[in-house]
Design a protein. Sequence first.
Lengths: 122, 411
Amino acid sequence: MARSVLVVDDSAFMRNLLKQLLEDDHEVVGEAENGVEAVELYHELNPDVVTMDVVMPIRDGIEATAEIKGDDPDASVIMCTSVGQEEKMREAVAAGADGYITKPFQKPNVLEAIDDVVGVEA
Amino acid sequence: MNLDVESLRTFSSLAHSGAEEAADSLSTLTGFDSRVAVTKVEMSTRSDVEQEFCERDLVSVHIGFSGAINGRTVLAFDRDRAVSLVDSLVPGASDNPESELATSGLKELGNIMLGGFIDGWADFLGEAIDITTPTYVELDADRSLVDVIDAGDDATGEVPSGEGLGGDTPEAGASHVLAFQNHLETVDEEAGFYIYMLPTRESVGRIVDAAGDADDALPVETFTTFSQMITEGAGQASEDLTAMTGIDTDVDVSRLSFVPIEGVPMQLTDETRRGVVLEFTGTPSGYIAILFDPGSAESVADALMPGMDADPAMRKSAIQEIGNIVTSGFLDGWADSLETTIDISPPTYVDDIGSAIVDPLVAELAQTQEYAFLIDSAIATPDETFTCDIYALPDEQELRTAFERLAPEPS
């Protein structure tokens, strides 16, 4: 089942790449390039899943995740980041992240992470 | 054996003074107007030393030293440069540069330059250091500096095989090296001369005792453990780069060195580089630059956007993203080993000559430190048509704190 996805990454290239990876299976309903925009767009679009970068200007992805999950505990947020440090992963989980995938990733990794977080429905 | 930052400063200062003496000798003997471009203390592995001169066609003069400290020094220069040196030392001998007359001229040059280099260390220690007669050795792809030293066939007989690479026996600590490298260059040409000093492990300890701050000292294994972390980080960065672009890369060079802060830009090329600069914060904090030669930067963008006629802004974004990923691959292992987190800033795109890219970073660090630990790694394809250089400049004090975390518990 196609899910609505909000893609959050400060890199235009990475947002573009994620859109391409997801376009056959899901619908990218919005893009944000920092944590502030992510929170605003989440409330505006109410997506099924958020793919969230960690390192971003203005507001990072862990803070944005904490706010989104604070406002909506049912939100599904997958960290999509190049940062693979164990402590960072723990911080992300503490902030409420439901999944964590590290760049470089390939299409199956992203689709599997979405399935894991929101479940596969017929 | 313990090592401290004060000792590293002393090492660097002595090596630089010695190299200046050698440069003066070179100018006097040959008329070449030379100067010391870079002096650095390198904490390397044997393979790094081997890599340093690998694939280059060099001639070298080796001299062993013993007494207050033991080890060997090597003066190396490109073969073309050797011919012009022979011409100035022994007019006419360059017609047959491998003749005994020509090589004896080079040996004498090495004798004088390396002898001057060693004198400063003897003066500092207040004891005599004897040197052997010079030996002329050709180095090439089939015969590296490490091969020569391991074989003990450079006739610097006082130094047993293996000692010059950091251990007092071939086994003890021989996988890691504390090397003092000086790069001399002439005013008119970039091609230069290299002076390597490879003291024995015991000799490094002797200098530390004379120069160091015992309260600040850490086991030398701490530094080598960190060197290993750098190598592993570079390996991860290479894997990530390959996974992302499909370009089959490997780690070419990876090393930790200690350099005067003003010498850092001279470690980078004066050719154009494109890539990213990021600030990292934590223990340690500092700056990191991921730099591609222009052709490799284009290859990265092409590989990430195959068949796409992407606009320049998107290509720039792709390079920023790969810089981001390479940085994380490089630093994540450090963070995990140190049981801490290292935050990285969003990447800033850079396109300038290499040395100019790091100038502002050096200016920032120079506010608080006179020397820098420079971490540099090179990732490349086997044919080196694709290269990516990683330079990290951690805050000296914070790296010192990180070293403390790596230090083995006293038994």
